[in-house]
Design a protein around this ligand. Structure first.
Ligand code: PEP
Ligand code: MN
Length: 265
């Protein structure tokens, strides 16, 4: 179902009036994790002002260490909804396990993180709901495996899958991951699904975000996901790769020169 052979036209996914994959660039911006009402509302207002399409914020965090901040959980989702109400930006958040699904009913886009890309039971259940799924590429997944995970969701009937390249594990240590921009033309050739690039997790380095966002547009991606934090140095998660709202505003001004940003004021 994800194969372009059987579905030649690009898939366009509509989320509250915004269209992902229609030729404009969708920008998903926000903190790695929701940390407080004040934090998420203030970031939401800034990124909205700069022209973001969607607000992101993790409530359930898949951390490598069990002692690291695990996210605010259900309360985090409620704070995201407050930020949505304050700005009108649709919200994106990661679901880690099926028991959380009822709480995501009112979340606009459900993210499946890299670590769950091959959680086939989870994918199958997300295939039974009618909601866009942002599927992130696994840390060591080939493009074919990535597409097969999309297929798990689509096989059950949910064809609203947005692919997200977020960097893969290689021998390189200068960056957190290796952002594989080659997957855009290759996946576009094989599949009709929209593709978003996440340069923040791709390199783990905030100063690379602008260059790689421009590159994502140049290579034909349908959007970019950028981590934005009001105070990256104090962020509870992924501060080193997060940019400030001011830096985000400047990057948005640059990106607008290269492409039309998907928006609904
Ligand atoms: C995230 O988006 O904050 C995240 C945890 O992403 P990934 O699954 O790509 O590591
Ligand atoms: Mn993160």
């Amino acid at each position: 179902k994800a194969n372009r052979l059987f579905h030649p036209d690009d898939t366009i996914i509509e989320v509250n009036g915004r269209k992902v994959g229609e030729g404009t660039i969708s920008i998903i911006a926000g903190p790695c994790s929701v940390e407080s009402e004040e934090q998420i509302v203030s970031i939401a207002k800034s990124v909205k002002q700069s022209g973001a399409t969607f607000l992101r914020g993790g409530a359930f965090k898949p951390r490598s260490s069990p002692y690291a901040f695990q996210g605010m959980g259900y309360e985090g989702l409620e704070l995201l909804k407050i930020a949505r109400k304050a700005t009108g930006l649709p919200i994106v958040s990661e679901l880690m396990s099926l028991e959380q699904l009822p709480a995501f009913e009112d979340v606009d886009i459900i993210q499946v993180g890299a670590r769950n890309m091959q959680n086939f039971i989870l994918l199958r259940e997300l295939g039974k709901i009618d909601k866009p799924i942002l599927l992130k590429r696994g840390l060591c997944a080939t493009m074919q495996e990535f597409l097969m995970s999309a297929e798990y969701i689509m096989k059950e009937g949910n064809d609203k899958v947005i692919l997200c390249e977020r960097g893969i594990r290689t021998f390189e240590t200068a960056t957190r991951n290796t952002l594989d921009l080659s997957c855009v033309p290759v996946l576009k050739k094989k599949s009709h699904l929209p593709i978003i690039i996440d340069p923040s997790h791709g390199t783990g380095l905030s100063w690379t975000v602008e260059a790689l966002s421009k590159a994502a547009i140049a290579v034909g991606a349908d959007g970019v996901m950028i981590e934005v934090h009001n105070n990256p140095e104090e962020a509870l998660c992924d501060g080193a790769q997060s940019i400030t709202p001011t830096q985000f505003d400047s990057i948005m001004k640059t990106l607008k020169k290269y492409a039309e940003i998907e928006n609904k004021v």
